[in-house]
Ligand binder design. Structure first.
Ligand SMILES: *Cc1c(COP(=O)(O)O)cnc(C)c1O
Length: 368
């Protein structure tokens, strides 16, 4: 096949590297699947909530029909929860879909997109396929430098991504910082505030981003049910924005982008406060377990507001890959972040207490 097939900007895309599946690691390293601990993709260690499972069982008989293209019931639940009209809501096949829909709805070939160094890989992926220009703003202490991001905005900038908390670094911007930033951003730039880890924030850090949506007509708030709600495999996320933006996103999305099972499960999970609280409690305890261990091992880590921690496992640029391999051999899957430009670091998702302990023991051995 010709090397020149497809646009140059598509050939330039570095494919997304996901956490290794358990079955693959079992095959590659000759391990028993049941013994493998996966702390690689920021999934909920409790799996999916039972409430969602029951809702899916009830929904299964309708799978011969197309899903509700407008997600009426789910939007009604979200509308009430976030106190916005239903026509301010866009559903996505995961929030990844939301990011891509926003890119297609607001950016044309050659226009510019702004995001931070060390921010979520999908911002590059979602916009590179459009032939957009990328303005990657150097990070500050592994997080977003909002002043520099504001300064990077030009006349042809159309979209700007903020991850709060950020993945893979776990850094957090306060409500005051974000609001001061939103006041500075010109109206021709749509800001996507990606809050995939919002549910893990402590009460002190929580803020009302949906109130900003009422105030700022160029703001899109993106959320997912993949992380705290435990529905990563179903692919369901949503965005909240004023109708002008929502209407454009609705034109771009696939008509049946969110399947029936995902809609039914999301309705149940959104109402499952007990599951969410249990997950947040486990996460806080696991964070302490990790950071105490990292301190004891003399390892630097970035203080995290998500359900994962970025930890530095060596000073040379092979360190991440080397320690990752040593962990895989012991049946522990974590996330190397060399593709993010962080080859000395690993990102570890917070698991159940026992899984965290297995990881810590394996890490201690890997470093010895
Ligand atoms: C995990 C993640 C998402 C999206 O996950 P989906 O499963 O597509 O909803 C979005 N943004 C960030 C920063 C993430 O870490």
């Amino acid at each position: 096949m010709s090397k020149n097939i497809g646009p140059e900007y598509v050939r330039a895309i570095a494919p997304y590297q996901s956490g290794k599946p358990i079955a693959e690691v079992a095959r590659e390293f000759g391990l028993d699947e049941a013994s493998i601990v996966k702390l690689a993709s920021n999934e909920n260690p409790y799996g999916m909530p039972d409430s969602a499972k029951q809702a899916m069982i009830a929904a299964i008989d309708d799978l011969g029909r197309y899903p509700d293209a407008n997600g009426f019931e789910l939007k009604a639940v979200l509308s009430q929860r976030y106190d916005v009209p239903a026509d301010w809501i866009t559903l996505g096949n995961g929030s990844n879909d939301i990011l891509e829909i926003a890119a297609h709805a607001f950016v044309q070939h050659g226009q510019a997109v702004v995001y931070s160094q060390y921010s979520f890989a999908v911002y590059a992926l979602a916009t590179q396929g459009l032939g957009a220009r990328h303005l990657v703003v150097p990070a500050q202490a592994y997080g977003h430098d909002l002043d520099a991001m504001a300064a990077a905005i030009g006349d042809d900038t159309r979209l700007l991504f903020i991850a709060n908390p950020n993945n893979p670094t776990g850094t957090f911007l306060s409500a005051a910082q974000i609001e001061a930033f939103l006041q500075k951003v010109p109206q021709h730039v749509v800001v996507v505030l990606d809050e995939a880890y919002n549910e893990f924030l402590s009460a002190d850090d929580q803020y009302e981003s949906t109130a900003w949506v009422r105030q700022y007509p160029n703001l899109v708030v993106s959320r997912t049910l993949s992380k705290a709600y435990g529905l990563a495999g179903l692919r369901i996320g949503f965005a909240i924005a004023q109708p002008v933006l929502t209407d454009l996103m609705n034109r771009i999305r696939q008509p049946f982008n969110v399947n029936s099972m995902a809609q039914a499960a999301a309705i149940a999970a959104l109402d499952d406060k007990a599951f969410l609280e249990k997950s947040a409690r486990n996460n806080a305890a696991g964070y302490q377990q990790f950071t105490e261990a990292f301190t004891a091992l003399g390892l630097e880590y970035v203080p995290s507001h998500g359900n994962f921690v970025l930890v530095k496992v060596g000073d040379d640029d092979e360190a991440g890959a080397r320690v990752n391999l040593a962990l895989l051999k012991q049946g522990v899957i974590v996330r190397p972040v060399g593709s993010y430009g962080l080859p000395q670091w690993l990102r570890i998702s917070i698991g159940l207490q026992q899984e965290n302990a297995i990881f810590i023991a394996a890490l201690t051995k890997a470093l010895a």
